[in-house]
Ligand binder design. Sequence first.
Ligand SMILES: [Zn+2]
Length: 299
Amino acid sequence: MLARLPSSHPRYLAISKRAHQLKAGYDGERYVDKILNEIAFPQGTSILKDITLEINPDYIIQIDTLIITPYNSYLLEIKNYSGSIQFNQTVGKTIKTSPNGQMDKYDCIIHQLDRAKTGLKEWLNQHNMDMPIEALIVMANSNTDIPIPLETAIVKYAKQIPLYIRSHFKKEKTITSTSINKITKTIQLHRKKWWTDFPCKQYNISPNELKRGVLCNTCNEPTTRIPGHSWFCYLCKKNNKSALNKSVDDWFLLVSPTLTNRQLRLFLGLRSSSATSVVLRSQNLKRHGATRNITYTKK
Ligand SMILES: [Zn+2]
């Protein structure tokens, strides 16, 4: 979206901030994955990631990581914050103060964690299953400062997780391997695909507000077609071999799962419908409908 949206667009800053948050969240989860690889989990352990479960149509939970060992299960809510964190359960907010002094408020992560744990318990109950669950807030960034320790939830830095989880391995086993298998299979079977609207719909941006053309892979500005060659960016002074495929993909990522000749012609700023047909044929797309009413989807 940021590549296609002109930087002068009124929503550019908000989307750029959201993209930054999503990237930080993703990096945090990747880092915790690496840390978890350090743990020699007991035989039969199951690790599930990015689970979305529906308890009822109004109660949907998302779990970053669920680790089920024979000794205990751990529901991990992973956060990647820089700066200082304050939990204010009374007002239901988590307040992050960045090193530059900027303050951001989030929905209370203790409440979020409790909602996920209670939801998972309820979901297991609906499927006639049960297990002990320990919910943990995991701070991926070891520089995140938590000035007031929490009494109502367990907060650990990612680096503390291996020692913490390993310390439970000597205790009594509470979950049988049959249970672990059954719970894992049932979650795999029922997990929902997390699906949000297409970004254009989500942010109420019409495709007409996006930059038109085949954009350069480096600077995201429109390229020029050099006959017999490829798409050339005069700013970067280079050819972009994959720019056309990437620009067609932009439509499917941002706007809609279907595409017509007219839509693509306007989106890429092509001269004619016959030129657009050539482009459409060059892409690995599925054709639907009769001669005058053809739509294309990804295969
Ligand atoms: Zn360029």
